[in-house]
Design a protein. Structure first.
Length: 366
């Protein structure tokens, strides 16, 4: 009941706006009405159809009616202005209330809005902001949980081995020290990947200062060549087909993306087919594709695999040294260059691709 009563109590902004309207409307009515009154009195006097006493009586009656109609007009205008203005700025008051809830740590619901004016657009943008904040909050909570989970296993292994060594339950040998070194290296790798993720995540397009003019096919050929030994050990053929083009990129970042895609293609390779790396110009951008055979990827997972700590098979990912961060880092690097990244999957044949703006496209943006 009190909330309904408060809805009729004008806020400061609405009160000031109503008072300003009253002043303007009152001045307009008084000036125009008084002008009409004077004109009517003058015209009747010039016609000479009334004596002085009748003229004065007529003028008094006309002035009285003027005040009646002026008061009614001012009152009607004030009430109408207040009512319609209150309805007009209601979404604004809801935005203020939602902002207060956000300040207090609550999650406000979306504000309903109709129309396409500037105020409606403000409310729509505010609703999008609220949804983004909710997603970010959920994402941060999930990320903290995922990081804790990722660090818990190697730390538990290290603590277990070290406590056993300290208490004399086991004695150290080369195999044990190798296991400890692997767990330590895994923790170090996780920290380094988190640092890479922080470095690239949220970097705006064309912001990164180390971008330079690079012949992209040469960079890709050099990066792919580093995997020749790994490919020969697993007897996996490598086919490259690159078109020469110049782009403005941070060379180490793009090499890191390609290394991650080729490394994944090797680690998850199935069958005896080759891994193909292709570079071509498609619709005004340079597209790099890494294609190879592997276990099927569910269609609903094709976008999710680029999120942090996401694995198609968590147990297999840990066995192969995967942390679920590589593709998320690659996504951050490519997005910071103004490109896109994705995967196309057909049963057991997967094509991971990313795009980069060509040199002439970069100049057009500038």
């Amino acid at each position: 009941m009190s909330e309904r009563r408060n809805n009729w109590i004008p806020g400061r902004f609405l009160l000031r706006l109503t008072l300003l309207n009253i002043v303007i409307v009152t001045l307009f009515i008084l000036i125009s009405g008084f002008g009409i009154y004077q004109t009517a009195c003058f015209l009747i006097d010039r016609m000479g159809v009334m004596n002085d006493e009748t003229q004065r009586s007529y003028n008094a009656a006309l002035l009285q009616y003027f005040w009646y109609f002026a008061g009614a007009a001012i009152l009607t205008g004030t009430v109408s202005h207040y009512y319609f203005t209150k309805r007009l700025i209601r979404p604004l008051r809801e935005v203020i209330e939602s902002t207060r809830k956000m300040k207090d740590g609550e999650n406000p619901t979306s504000i309903s809005v109709k129309g396409g004016d500037e105020l409606s657009q403000l409310v729509i943008d505010f609703n999008h902001l609220v949804q983004d904040l909710k997603k970010n909050q959920q994402y941060q909570q999930k990320m903290v949980a995922d990081i804790s989970h990722e660090f818990r296993t190697p730390l538990a292994n290290l603590n277990g081995y070290l406590n056993a060594l300290r208490s004399g339950v086991i004695t150290g040998d080369q195999q044990l020290y190798q296991s400890l070194a692997e767990e330590s290296a895994r923790l170090t790798g996780l920290v380094e990947q988190l640092e890479d993720l922080q470095k690239w995540d949220g970097v705006k397009e064309t912001f990164y200062s180390n971008k330079s003019r690079t012949e992209i096919s040469q960079l890709i050929e050099q990066t792919a060549a580093m995997f020749r030994c790994s490919l020969e050990k697993k007897d996996i053929p490598l086919i490259t087909d690159m078109k020469k083009e110049y782009v403005h990129v941070e060379a180490n970042g793009i090499a890191q993306v390609l290394s991650n895609l080729i490394d994944n293609a090797i680690n998850y390779h199935v069958g005896d087919g080759p891994i193909q790396v292709k570079g071509e110009v498609v619709e005004g951008v340079y597209k790099v594709s890494v294609m190879g055979r592997g276990d099927p990827i569910p269609p609903d997972q094709c976008e999710a695999i680029f999120e942090r700590f996401h694995r198609l098979d968590p147990s297999r990912g840990r066995e192969r040294g995967g942390s679920g961060l590589g593709l998320a880092i690659a996504k951050g690097i490519i997005r910071s260059h103004g490109g896109e990244i994705g995967v196309e999957s057909e049963t057991d044949l997967h094509t991971f691709w990313f795009t980069l703006p060509l040199e002439n496209q970069e100049k057009k943006k500038e």
